[in-house]
Design a protein around this ligand. Structure first.
Ligand SMILES: Cc1cc2nc3c(=O)[nH]c(=O)nc-3n(C[C@H](O)[C@H](O)[C@H](O)COP(=O)(O)OP(=O)(O)OC[C@H]3O[C@@H](n4cnc5c(N)ncnc54)[C@H](O)[C@@H]3O)c2cc1C
Length: 440
């Protein structure tokens, strides 16, 4: 029987934080993930808008852990747990494998939620994986290219219309970037298209943009987006979506309003990945409406002292689904496993603040009661993201790309859209970062 001391499931923020602690302590562990990249999701929108390449935000977790002989990274999908036998079942290379453990740390994250309207997945673009970002990037390029050449003005208008659903950080950052892209890249490189021809509509069900912030920061976000030309539609739900548009229904209104757009991006909600459901069933742990595990205060799952879960797949004390929660959770659990923290110690999250970029030189930052907006917040955003990007090379290249995009007009990672890809098509053959650059 294949056995190890600790099994970590996932290669995101929670998993990597736990893995690093165990690796440094010399504890043998196996990390199993269905992708071998460590994806920095907060910058996915920059891959979608050509600022960064996928490689810059998704280094190989194998490479990160290569120098630790006690770390064994495996590409596989975990499908089951036999809690009493302390065994995990995973699929890899077309086979089923069983792996024994003393401790299990699950950090399998979350995926998009369509609130019961799963058919929306087929007609919208998502932003959760590297392939999502590449698919959206191809679509954006295709829309501009085809709008440039079509002789049908109605079609051109549609191609240059973008609807982003959900005004959380992802929706705000993406909407701001698409508008900026129109004015600072395509306007320079495609004759006859100006930023004014491009419509970006950001739709939010709540009464403010970026509801997680509220107050002054939400107001600033809305005002900044509107100043840059993004239409911000609040108190409104999207009731229908098809390949050519969406129906928006304001709260309290009887009829919906049809908006046409060739590109609709869904960033309105998340739900835990499937493995959370498996763990819930096998350990008796309860879940919330988004399928997240209602873990114990020490991050153990159900009645088990040897199974932990961290990050987006969990719900504890209303902590936000953000990377610092996953990272600190991963470290807390690793310390518990290593015996550095007594068993049963409650996880305490240290909130170091949160931030979102709106567009070039504008961001919002909240650190405890200190709220910053504008250029200072933007510089802080830049500094923090440089620190958190994994790997010196990635940091260096990202900084160069940011200078090129924010100070100049470059979008180094756009490439020609060779084939128009229909909405809903799976971009199966576009999983390599082998783009041909068309630097502006
Ligand atoms: C577009 C976007 C923007 C964001 N912006 C911000 C931001 O600005 N600030 C912020 O703090 N947070 C942001 N977040 C949230 C942040 O990225 C998440 O909170 C964080 O990634 C959660 O970490 P995690 O380890 O729980 O899960 P993830 O990082 O999602 O990792 C989950 C891992 O589990 C693996 N996996 C899933 N199922 C299985 C299985 N069955 N078997 C094996 N492996 C599996 C996946 O391949 C993945 O490696 C953003 C998220 C998105 C999508």
């Amino acid at each position: 029987m294949d056995r190890t001391e600790v099994v970590i499931v996932g290669s995101g923020f929670g998993a990597l934080a736990a893995a690093k602690k165990l690796a440094k302590a010399g504890t043998p562990f196996v990390l199993i993930s269905e992708t071998t990249e460590h994806l920095f999701q907060p910058l996915l929108y920059q891959v979608a808008t050509g600022v960064l390449s996928a490689g810059e935000i998704a280094p190989s977790i194998r490479a990160i852990l290569a120098k630790y002989p006690n770390a064994d990274v495996r590409l596989g999908r975990v499908v089951d747990v036999h809690a009493d036998a302390k065994e995990l079942v995973y699929e890899a290379a077309g086979e089923r494998h069983t792996l024994g453990y003393n401790f299990l740390i699950a950090a399998t994250g979350a995926r998009q939620s369509y609130f019961g309207r799963d058919e929306f997945a087929k007609v919208t673009y998502a932003l959760k994986t590297v392939n999502d970002a590449k698919r959206l990037r191809d679509q954006i390029v295709r829309c501009f290219e085809e709008a440039h050449t079509t002789t049908d003005p109605e079609r051109a208008k549609n191609l240059l219309s973008f609807i982003v659903i959900g005004a959380g950080a992802t929706g705000v950052e993406l909407a701001g970037q698409i508008k900026e892209l129109a004015g600072r890249y395509f306007e320079q490189s495609i004759r006859g298209i100006t930023a004014d021809d491009v419509t970006v509509t950001l739709v939010e069900g709540a009464g403010v943009a970026m509801p997680a912030y509220g107050g002054k920061l939400s107001e600033y976000t809305k005002a900044s987006l509107e100043k840059s030309g993004v239409e911000v539609v609040l108190n409104t739900l999207v009731t229908d979506i098809d390949e050519h548009g969406a129906t928006l229904k304001a709260h309290g209104s009887e009829a919906g309003e049809r908006r046409t757009a060739e590109t609709i991006v869904w960033s309105a909600g998340v739900q835990a990945n499937d493995f959370a459901g498996v763990l819930a069933e096998r350990t008796g742990c309860e879940t919330d409406r988004a399928g997240r595990l209602l873990v114990n205060p020490d991050l153990t799952v159900g009645g088990r002292a040897d199974i932990f879960a961290v990050g987006d797949m969990t719900s504890l004390n209303n902590l936000p689904g953000q990377s610092p929660v996953a990272m600190q959770g991963g470290r807390h659990v690793a310390r518990t496993v290593l015996g550095k923290t007594p068993r049963g110690t409650a996880f305490k999250f240290r909130d170091k603040g949160s931030m979102a970029i709106i567009n070039r030189f504008r961001a919002v930052t909240k650190v405890k009661s200190i709220e910053l907006t504008g250029f200072i917040a933007w510089v802080l955003w830049l500094a923090v993201h440089m620190v958190y990007l994994v790997g010196f090379r990635n940091r260096y290249i990202a900084v160069m790309s940011w200078f090129g995009s924010f100070l100049g007009h470059r979008r180094p990672h756009f490439h020609y859209a060779q084939e128009p890809s229909p909405v809903g098509a799976v971009d199966a053959d576009n999983d390599e970062d082998d783009e041909v650059s068309v630097a502006a």
